[in-house]
Design a protein around this ligand. Structure first.
Ligand SMILES: [Fe+2]
Length: 293
């Protein structure tokens, strides 16, 4: 697959860090118009209380309104397991199309079973406005974006590239953070390695924006790096680490990781494009499958 890379387009990027989930949401603006996209928004949840709020999403909305921008796309790099998407809330306020990788259907099939969803839960991706295939392009004003299929962390992961900026989702973390886990249902460490190589085949000076940062070893939170920096210094894949080395390391590491705190609510909401499921009376309600994950 040859991707339509255009390093001459330099989008204006605004990052919003969510302290509760260590997620970075982005507003990506076309430098030649007033159009923009949001990548990976966050809806706030106090899971212990079952309470949903929208402070993080409201900050994105406020910034877009203040700058007089038009929101073309609300993109999910994948079905996140550690935070809830605010895509429908943002769409209601600002418009824009919600897009995700077409392999969302595999994720919906898998977790539709885990959460024992009834037939009313469609497993065809129809909750989203657009399903991207590898290499699909889309417009944000005059700027072209494209999706790269990068499975491994999940079967539906996509990296999105707009001009000289690539949004890595959960393929890579910052060089000192390494890579995302590959042990969720449908994850695969070998596939993740191959996907990371795809990202690293982008131009060396491609700006890379992370979906998460945990500030390893006490450093301040960061989210931007480059392909060249990742190739040289990434602790899991940099310096020419082999596929076999990566698979062994990743598999051993993943076996020691606890489930993300918000995986149960996140999956149920995010596999529905950010809509909260309802019970038979139409009340917003989440399930907890026992020993299901
Ligand atoms: Fe993730």
């Amino acid at each position: 697959m040859t991707y339509p890379v255009d390093m001459n387009v330099k989008p204006v990027i605004s990052a919003h860090f969510d302290e509760a989930t260590n997620t970075i949401s982005y507003i990506v603006r076309d430098p030649s118009s007033t159009h923009c996209a949001i990548i990976d928004s966050v809806m706030d949840i106090d899971y212990a209380a079952g309470r949903i709020t929208y402070d993080h999403a409201d900050a994105l909305i406020e910034e877009i309104k203040t700058q007089g921008l038009t929101l073309d796309w609300i993109i999910e790099t994948h079905v996140h397991a550690d935070h809830l998407s605010a895509a429908p809330y943002i769409q209601e306020k600002l418009g824009g199309k919600i897009g995700v990788g077409e392999k969302i259907m595999v994720v919906q099939e898998t977790f539709g079973k885990v959460f024992n969803e009834g037939t009313e839960f469609q497993r065809d991706g129809s909750q989203f406005d657009a399903l991207f295939k590898d290499g699909d392009t889309y417009s944000v004003g005059n700027m072209q974006g494209f999706a790269m299929y990068t499975p491994g962390h999940t079967p539906a992961c996509m990296v999105h590239v707009l001009g000289n900026a690539a949004f890595a989702g959960d393929t890579l973390f910052m060089p000192d953070g390494g890579s995302a886990r590959a042990d969720f249902p449908g994850g695969d460490a070998g596939q993740l390695y191959d996907s990371i190589q795809k990202v690293l085949s982008l131009p060396d000076d491609m700006r890379l924006f992370m979906c998460h940062d945990y500030g390893p070893n006490g450093r301040a939170i960061e989210w931007e790096t480059t392909v060249a920096e990742q190739k040289a210094n990434n602790i899991h894949v940099g310096g020419g680490k082999t596929r076999e080395e990566f698979i062994k390391f990743r598999t051993e590491r993943d076996a020691q990781l606890d489930m993300p705190k918000l995986i149960i609510p996140s999956l149920q909401v995010n596999m529905r494009a950010g809509e909260i499921p309802t019970d038979q009376d139409g009340n917003p309600m989440l399930k907890v499958p026992i020993n299901g994950l």
